[in-house]
Design a protein around this ligand. Structure first.
Ligand code: AMP
Ligand code: GLY
Length: 425
């Protein structure tokens, strides 16, 4: 088979890496990929949202299966267009991708189907939003309606900060994504990611994982796309997993069918677990980045086989196998991320780090120039390791990171700290 992976991040490198291991697969393509991807796949210089040219490429190159990484092409209808051309593709149709693409849709949907989530109101007028903030007080959470790469959310601790972010959003800080906003109740607790393969009213869960959204250690600084993740997390007990499926995942799948928006692809619930129980912060219609990187390190069985079964309507046959070990991924980003960051610095030491066979370095914002690998994005690498427990996985990953260098490398030194604390005797 010839498989095309759409996207250019660490998630897509990890997916392509896993796809490449499938005995069913002869050749992997990645559009547009990154410098790391080029070692295992042919890079295709087409943007993930240039659907017209992706369709053309898939037809001309006899691509048997396309797997979509990011949300943007899904919400712009890549799946609908591929299917209309008779091309096999894994991901949600545009009608279902709205669950991630519009926070207003997602919040109203959750309310309608009694899926636990923070109380909220949506606004399209600055004055009304500011009035609302003054009436309920802080802390409070302000979210741009549309897609903003995980960065359109402000958790405001003071009224001034809340009002300022409302102003920023209505004045176009996130472009069209913030023409409407959601303001919601601040929920205390600890976050976890719950990701499943889904098809219509059925699901196959992946192991639990936990991301670290804030840019600095101790969860300080602004939100990012994610600075590191590990799997599994003991925050989610087997009992809680049943609750997540029964109160969140299945009602979501059934609700989406009821709305005429059946789901087919990955479904990721971002959860807040705390004094108010298990609540959904957001749904994503794709795999998480960086959660995918440790998850793919743990997947023993064949991802491509699973996806083909689902596309053939046989999701009940999908029984993925996972290694028992922990896996961890630590993101190395460019100084300045998630705001303006530097580019073009040479990266050294990846090969050295990967001499340890428990280490795999997935690339994101990297390019090749004159035989060198250089930084070319906010998130640059995800360094992953496996270990028999969280401590061992952490030790290995941070040893590997010490071998990797680029000017202004920014990474958190505490990925997995909550799991470490929880597992202390
Ligand atoms: P979202 O894109 O909606 O998942 O929000 C991004 C991040 O903002 C989440 O991962 C949380 O860290 C934080 N966040 C979002 N909503 C809330 C909330 N209601 N209460 C507390 N923190 C939140
Ligand atoms: N890891 C967070 C996300 O993918 O949205």
């Amino acid at each position: 088979m010839r498989v095309l992976v759409v996207g250019s991040g660490g998630r897509e490198h990890a997916l392509a890496w896993k796809v490449k291991q499938s005995p069913l697969v002869k050749e992997v393509f990645c559009a547009p990929g990154n410098a790391g991807v080029s070692k295992i796949a042919k890079r295709v210089n087409i943007s993930p949202t240039d659907v017209y040219n992706l369709v053309r490429f898939a037809k001309e190159n006899k691509i048997d299966l396309t797997i979509v990484g990011p949300e943007q092409p899904l919400s712009e209808g890549i799946v609908d267009r591929f299917q209309a051309e008779g091309l096999k593709i894994f991901g949600h149709k545009q009608s279902a991708a709205i669950l991630e693409a519009s926070k207003v849709f997602a919040k109203n949907f959750m309310k309608k189907y009694s899926i636990p989530t923070a109380k909220f109101e949506s606004f399209d007028k600055e004055e009304e939003a500011i009035e609302f903030i003054k009436s309920v007080g802080v802390p409070i959470v302000i979210k741009a309606d549309g897609l903003a790469a995980g960065k359109g959310v402000v958790v405001a601790k003071t009224e001034e900060e809340a009002i300022q972010s409302v102003k920023d959003m209505f004045r176009g800080k996130f472009g069209p994504a913030s023409k409407r906003i959601v303001i919601e109740e601040y929920l205390e607790g600890e976050e976890a990611s719950y990701i499943c393969f889904v098809k219509d009213d059925k699901l196959v869960p992946m192991p639990t994982s936990q991301d670290h959204k804030r840019v600095f250690d101790n969860d300080e600084g602004p939100n990012t796309g994610g600075m590191g993740a590990y799997s599994p997390t003991s925050l989610i007990t087997p009992q809680m997993e049943i609750e997540i499926q029964e109160k969140i995942m299945y009602p979501t799948l059934k609700g989406m069918i009821n709305e005429g928006r059946p789901m087919s692809g990955f479904l990721y619930a971002g959860l807040m677990i705390g004094p108010k129980g298990i609540n959904v912060l957001e749904f994503n219609v794709r795999m998480g980045d960086p959660e995918t990187q440790p998850l793919m390190r743990r997947l023993k069985s064949d991802l491509v086989e699973h996806i083909l079964e689902i596309l053939e309507g046989n999701i009940e046959k999908v029984k993925p196998q996972w290694i028992e070990d922990y896996a961890i991924g630590v993101v190395m980003a460019s100084r300045g991320y998630p705001d303006k960051y530097e580019k073009g610095h040479e990266i050294k030491g990846i090969e050295e780090a990967e001499k340890d066979t428990d280490i795999v370095v997935f690339h994101a914002g990297t390019e090749e120039k004159d035989g060198k690998i250089i930084t070319n994005g906010g998130r640059v690498l995800t360094v992953t390791a496996t270990g028999k427990d969280i401590n061992q996985a952490r030790e290995k990953v941070y040893n590997a990171i010490e071998k990797i260098h680029f000017e202004g490398a920014l990474y958190r030194k505490d990925i997995g700290f909550r799991e470490v604390n929880r597992n202390k005797p």
